[in-house]
Structure formats: C-alpha cells, structure tokens
Write a protein that binds this ligand. Structure first.
Ligand SMILES: [Zn+2]
Length: 298
C-alpha cells in the first residue's frame, strides 16, 4: 500500500508539472485567432483525472479526457509511457529479444529555419528509406523502430534541430564482428542517403550483448532508449515557435516500426485494434491507460 501511495504521489506531482507546462503553451496559442482552437484544446487537456489501482497487478490506472495535440506535454508523456509499455509487452511475449543485439542510432541533419521544418523532415524520411534499402541494412538489420524528435537551436529559437532516434535489432556480426559499421561509415552512408554536401552528425551506440550484462540489463537498456526517445519535448514558450511546430509537423508520424519488430508488434497486440505507428494520433478519449510501476519515476 505504501508503494502505491508513493507512486500515486509521484504520478500526481508529475501530472501537475505537465499541466502547468500545457497551460503555458495554451496561453500563447489562444490569443491568436488562427491557433485559438488548438490553445483551448490543450488548455482543457486532463482537466479532470481519476486514479485507480488494478487489484490484480501493481498498476496504477489513470482515466481522463485528453487533447491529443502533439504540442501538449501531457499527451506526449502519455505516449512515452505507452511506448515503453508496448516494449515491455514485447519482451514479455518474446523473451528471445533479450538475446538479440541492439544498436541505438541517432541521425541528424543541419538545423533549419523552423518554417522549413516540414521540407527538412520529408528529406530525412526519403533519406531513411534509402538507408533501409542499402545492402548492409537489408542483410544485417532484423528490425527497427524510428522516433522523430524536433528540438530548438540553443542560440536561436527560429531554428529547429530535427533528428531521428533509432533502435536497431541487428545480427551479432554488425555490433561486434565482421559487419561492424563505424561512426565514420554511418556518417558517410547517411550523408549519401540524405543527398547533402556536408557530413551530418551521427551517433551509434551498441547496447551491450547479454554475455556481458545479462538479459535483464539488455531489456532495461532497450526500454530506457525507448523512454528517452519519446520523452516530452516542450521547447520555447514562444508563439512563433509553437505555431510553426504545430503547422510544420501536422499529420507526420513520430514513430515507425520496421522488419521483425513491426511483425512482432502486430502479433503481440496491445488490447487495442490499432497499430503502433497509429498510436500517436489515435489515442481514444477517455481510454483507460496503464502505467507500469517499472516505468516510474520518469
Ligand atoms: Zn493533451
């Protein structure tokens, strides 16, 4: 009971922080006629929440009405919890995932003016399709999940920093053997696929294999990368920034699954009749949302 009370307190505190951020964003949007409706939606998000305990598990259940706007920090956080829960379920259903080799890859491009963000994201999407068609990818990457994130340039909030966080499930020879791809090779590949004249920033980290860390550690590290990649991004509370991000990212999918991960996800199901790639835009109002205690604190 004490554990539940502790998590309830943390959950309520977290919701209050997110609600405060959401209100600040809404206040910027409601004063302009073109974004007034969006501001009102975010303003009213999760105005009333109820908490309950699942008597058959260690879960806390929250229930409420949510705006589903992609600028809303409350809904971003809910999506993050949802994706980590989905990956927990994948590992529960398919324990062999613990024995797989994983690479955490970040692909970037040069910062762009926020009004050019949509074109930049479309260019990255085409580049990623090309990357997936490369021989090394076809032969070595068994499955992948791609998260799209947009942050702002620290020195100038008129500029955006779009990037992909990717979790790759690969053949062992790619993470530590003959088919290992160095950072320089990743950069060269990504540069070619993007079709740009500069060398883009790329980061690649092996999530260490189970012989060294054990199964539980691999699962924990994979889940942590999912949580990190889907974390709420609030950004500057500036009307110009918020309106541009809302406009430039409208209807773009933030999460995509590929290969075996997509197949396993479809087989595993989540109790809902929607696919993972659809979740960002298809969260149903008043749904019951489960948060594993293992996902707290945030
Ligand atoms: Zn919301």
């Amino acid at each position: 009971m004490l554990i539940h009370q502790h998590y309830e307190m943390e959950l309520i505190q977290k919701q209050n922080e997110l609600k405060s951020s959401a209100r600040a964003i809404a206040d910027e949007l409601v004063v302009h006629s073109t974004t007034k409706y969006e501001g009102l939606r975010i303003h009213d998000c999760a105005d009333r929440l109820t908490y309950d305990k699942d008597p058959f598990s260690s879960r806390i259940i929250t229930k409420g009405s949510f705006c589903r706007h992609r600028l809303c920090p409350i809904c971003q956080w809910r999506r993050s919890c949802k994706y980590t829960a989905i990956f927990h379920k994948l590992f529960d259903n398919y324990p062999t995932l613990n024995g797989q080799h994983w690479i955490y890859l970040t692909l970037t491009q040069q910062n762009c003016h926020v009004t050019e963000l949509r074109a930049a994201l479309e260019r990255m999407s085409i580049g990623f399709q090309r990357l997936r068609r490369q021989a090394f990818w076809v032969q070595n990457v068994l499955g992948a999940v791609r998260f799209t994130e947009v942050t702002h340039q620290a020195s100038d909030i008129a500029y955006a920093h779009p990037h992909y966080h990717c979790l790759l499930m690969v053949r062992p020879s790619m993470s530590q053997g003959n088919n290992y791809v160095s950072i320089e090779a990743w950069q060269e590949l990504w540069q070619r696929c993007l079709g740009v004249g500069y060398i883009p920033d790329v980061h690649a980290t092996c999530i260490r294999p189970p012989q060294k860390l054990g199964y539980a550690a691999v699962r924990e590290n994979v889940i942590n990368t999912v949580r990190y990649s889907t974390k709420p991004v609030v950004g500057p509370i500036s009307y110009d920034w918020l309106a541009a991000i809302s406009r430039e990212t409208r209807s773009l999918r933030k999460v995509e699954l590929y290969g075996e991960l997509r197949n396993l996800r479809l087989q595993a199901g989540t109790g809902r009749n929607i696919q993972l790639g659809d979740i960002a835009d298809d969260i149903v109002l008043d749904e019951i949302f489960h948060i594993d205690e293992g996902d707290l604190p945030y």
